[in-house]
Ligand binder design. Sequence first.
Ligand code: TRP
Length: 445
Amino acid sequence: MAQRETWTSRIGFIFAAVGSAVGLGNIWSFPFQTASNGGAAFLVVYLAAVFLIGFPTMMIEFVIGRRGERNPVEAFKQIGHGQWSFTGGFGLFCSLVTLAFYSVVGGWVLSYILGSATGAYFGDPTTFFGSVAEGPTAIGTHAVFMALTIGIVALGVTDGIERATKFMIPAIIALLVGLGVWAATLDGASAGYSYYLSPDFGVIVENFWSIVPPAMGQAFFTLSLGFSVMIAYASYLGRDDSLPADGGAIVVVNTLIALLAGFVVFPLLSSTIGLAEAGSGGAGTAFIAIASGFGSLPAGEILGISFFVVLLFAALSSSISLLEVPVSYVSENYGYGRSTTAVVLGLGIFLVGVPATFGTTWLDFYNDLVFELLLPVAVLMLAIFAGWIADTDLVDELGRGSSLGSSFATGWLWWVRVVIPIVLLMTLYLGIQSLSEGLSSGAYF
Ligand code: TRP
């Protein structure tokens, strides 16, 4: 095997990982999950999930990837545990299922770019959302978004990701900060902030069991954990980089961008459609709130276009890596051409996603399936592997290049062995319960 390339710079790796992490998860899913699950109470549980479970899980994927130096399936063989390679494969499967509905939401972004140009949503953002999120328009934009994703992966221009994100991340931050400052000046903004930021601990305790599964799912989803993608990225990492430092930077930037999105969405919600509807806005929450902001701004068209174009880039950089990692594996491993593989897998995923255009409750089903079942299973397998099967092998890998010392690595190992599996088993139990409740009550279809 030829000498493997490595990232041209440490910052290149961080940007690529941030590019994967930052996406619709931050700007669409985070405000939507927060609004639907009680606001600040959700925020608290979510932040705990990101730092206490997400960050250590990211370290699991990093050590497997860097030690394995192969694609996410082969990496397990390289470490000497080939029987566990299904874990890497399962992550690739999660990527494909996620892409199916991610692309539908990516299609909404396309509609909003157009809608900003024509001002179509300015009058009535809620009706506009309904008209583009479901039905023929939604299928059409889903097809276009998927075609873009397939095209970029098939042409093999994915190193463009690294370059594009360098520009995209600052642009997203600048736009969100600008919008956030403006949103602060709106009448009624303060009610939005208090819904978003001041947790009522009584509410957390009372709703704890129903908040945990979506908060945990959101944490994994937004950090791209459980999809094997961080295994793939870390396999190109130099031996001497500090994994905790890089991971810490990725987690912090990603979290800040989600929090910023909340600073735009919640004041807008409270000053326009009202917070009572925040939860009932469902999957449309962020789109409706942000669009109603542009609708009332002087240069709404220009701002709207810029915002949604940047969001499109963020979504594409994520969708590309959702397709790219499984495609590389399949084409490397089974010897099919790269573009053929991209087209075949991409078309299949397009079809799987079509039902999510039937209505937003169908989309909720895909979303909940990934958040509440597939991701906890994927991360549980990773934790069991790293904690009990690979055991102390991976601990050395975590320590390499890091100045945190061996007690950090040992602490991590025990956390991965004990705490993460217990939390995930509980999450999984609750998640399965809520999924089956949703299925039997007809909440999805
Ligand atoms: N984290 C991305 C987001 O927040 C979505 C995502 C999940 C992803 N898994 C991924 C992106 C794997 C790239 C690769 O939108």
